[in-house]
Write a protein that binds this ligand. Structure first.
Ligand code: ATP
Length: 234
């Protein structure tokens, strides 16, 4: 579904990604794990069209998407849920959710879509009229995920969905990700919470200093000595 082949990208003169190649097949949950500054966020921003790759190819369902504008990439069915949620704090939960459906294609049947999405997140339904800033961190993450679902994505990408959340809330977030996957949405997650994300994913890539250093089934990565030492502290 999504393929990156030898992608290079960075910020101005600073190159961050070095020949990154990876694939996500339809229906999979794939994760990119790695430490601080490894280039995980940069990878998602490049796929989303927020950063233009300087070399390599990115394709989605066989169509090259490298260099397309981010709104065109959203229209193709790829949505990014950014790190730290990035909600509109003074807007209500309902208004935040509707911002997720601002693209033309998604606007048709917006209120029916809102009902569907709220059905997946019952606690959000009780808080539609509240300002986003009044919610707990876990609730805000659920709103950010729900907002992403408003765009009817076929590939949903998560940037550190567990960031800053208590362990019990982290489990709930990963349960929601599994639920979204069961609903037929393909998932790509980047995380520093390596254990939880490998438990959830089918396959994983380890990104180290802008390079993919390992790629394997998630359960095999969990048993890998290097992963256990470097990322799980075992
Ligand atoms: P973290 O988990 O800490 O967010 P990450 O793996 O997501 O790490 P990136 O955010 O992709 O890493 O950052 C990779 C490198 O790119 C870092 O060295 C960072 O300093 C650099 N970088 C990130 N954003 C910018 C920017 N806007 N301008 C210049 N350099 C940047």
């Amino acid at each position: 579904m999504l393929k990156l082949h030898n992608v290079r990208a960075g910020y101005g003169d600073v190159n961050v990604l070095d020949d990154v190649s990876l694939e996500v097949d339809e229906g999979e949950i794939v994760t990119i794990v790695g430490g601080n500054g490894a280039g995980k966020t940069t990878t998602l921003r490049t796929i989303s069209g927020l950063i233009e790759p300087t070399a390599g190819e990115i394709s989605f369902e066989g169509q090259p998407i490298g260099g397309l504008a981010s709104h065109q990439i959203v229209d193709l069915g790829i949505t990014l849920i950014p790190e730290a949620r990035q909600l509109f704090p003074e807007m209500t939960v309902r208004e935040n959710l509707l911002m997720g459906a601002y693209r033309k294609g998604a606007q048709a049947g917006q209120s029916a879509r809102l009902d569907d999405v709220v059905g997946m997140f019952p606690r959000i339904g009780e808080r539609l009229a509240q300002r986003a800033e009044s919610l707990s961190g876990g609730e805000q993450q659920m709103v950010a995920i729900a907002r992403g679902m408003m765009a009817r994505p076929r590939l949903l990408m998560f940037d550190e969905p567990s960031l800053g959340l208590a362990p019990i809330i982290v489990s709930q977030v990963f349960e929601v990700i599994e639920q979204i996957s069961r609903a037929g949405v393909t998932v790509l997650i980047v995380e520093q919470n390596v254990y939880q994300t490998l438990k959830t994913a089918n396959r994983g890539y380890v990104l180290d200093n802008g390079r993919v250093t390992m790629a394997d089934a998630a359960e095999r990565l969990l048993e890998n000595d290097h992963v256990r030492q470097a990322y799980l502290g075992i």
